[in-house]
Design a protein around this ligand. Structure first.
Ligand SMILES: NC(=O)c1ccc[n+]([C@@H]2O[C@H](COP(=O)([O-])OP(=O)(O)OC[C@H]3O[C@@H](n4cnc5c(N)ncnc54)[C@H](OP(=O)(O)O)[C@@H]3O)[C@@H](O)[C@H]2O)c1
Length: 278
């Protein structure tokens, strides 16, 4: 535990999407640094287990909030449930796409749910919690985005769009807040070995079992390490070599060429439509 860390980023952090994978690890890392954590996700029993583990291993206080972020009142529910504590850090991790399907293959309600969870709720929480952080002259905001934000692609039409919003929104927020004592960081993840990725890859027939590690995926621990090493190095960092390589390669290309390249690579590796289970 470090007093400086708690002063800067505590006493409480909210981690949205904290029941497994990177979010749960992120919450535990904050707790190890002495910050108390509010854990948000849908599955109450899993949140309870994560919270208990964090309390036992770190001694930090925890709070859990089981809500579905696709519901219209999600951000207000989080705001109400944390009105009595000082939130020094906001981590918005929830955001994976459970579908990976062509835009026209899912009802528009699925796209709207992604937009609500990945963009609207994240934006509302940033608006609510960043103000007091600026008044205090300290705090941290970490938003999760994706290599899918770098260009549009098949089966990630809406997901990629939401992640591009997250990346550019976070960059703009960094511009406005970084000299006011608030660290703002966008994490651009590549393939990362989370339960959500394993489930998706299994359903798509690309993993034989949920015990397999998806090929090329980095560990969630490495993502959290990168994030903690760079909390003050915003606005944006990539947390995997595939994203770093993409960023480097795309620098010298037109956007149209980038999109065509991605279209070609994904057709070679995944087929043209790559529906679930196929
Ligand atoms: N894994 C990758 O390969 C990868 C690659 C690029 C970017 N990313 C980004 O990294 C972040 C984490 O991804 P992930 O693979 O761990 O998948 P994820 O589906 O975002 O799951 C992360 C957490 O979010 C919670 N969550 C998901 N949907 C929710 C909802 N509607 N309401 C409340 N909580 C919800 C999940 O718990 P519950 O199920 O209990 O709700 C879980 O705790 C995302 O922002 C994703 O875009 C991941």
């Amino acid at each position: 535990m470090t007093a400086d860390f708690v002063t800067k980023y505590g006493p409480w952090a909210i981690v949205v999407g904290a029941s497994d994978g990177v979010g749960a690890l992120f919450a535990e890392r904050l707790a190890r640094e002495g910050v108390d954590v509010v854990l948000v996700a849908r599955r109450q029993h899993v949140l309870d287990e994560v919270a208990e583990g964090i309390r036992e291993r770190t001694g930090a206080r925890t709070r859990t909030l089981a809500i579905d972020l696709t519901h219209a009142d999600a951000s207000q529910t989080i705001i109400d449930a944390t009105a009595d504590i000082e939130v020094g850090t906001l981590v918005y991790c929830a955001g994976g796409d459970p579908n990976y399907e062509p835009f026209l293959a899912t009802p528009i309600s699925a796209a709207e749910a992604l937009l609500q969870r990945n963009c609207l709720v994240m934006m509302r929480l940033c608006h609510h919690f960043a103000g007091p952080m600026v008044e205090r002259g300290r705090g941290g905001i970490v938003n999760f985005t994706s290599g899918a934000a770098l260009a549009g692609g098949r089966n990630i039409v809406v997901y990629g769009g939401t992640k591009a919003f997250d990346m550019v929104f976070t960059e703009g927020l960094w511009v406005e807040l970084h000299d006011k004592g608030v660290d703002v960081l966008g994490l651009v993840l590549g393939m990362t070995d989370t339960p959500a990725l394993r489930k998706l890859e299994f359903e798509r027939g690309r993993l034989a079992s949920l015990d397999e590690v998806p090929a090329g995926a980095v560990t969630p621990e490495s993502v959290v390490d990168e994030a903690f090493a760079n909390l003050g190095n915003g606005p944006t960092i990539a947390t995997a070599d595939d994203v770093r390589m993409g960023l480097e390669l795309f620098k010298s290309m037109s956007r149209n060429d980038v999109v065509r390249l991605i279209m070609q690579v994904s057709a070679d590796t995944m087929g043209t439509d790559a529906p679930r289970g196929g």
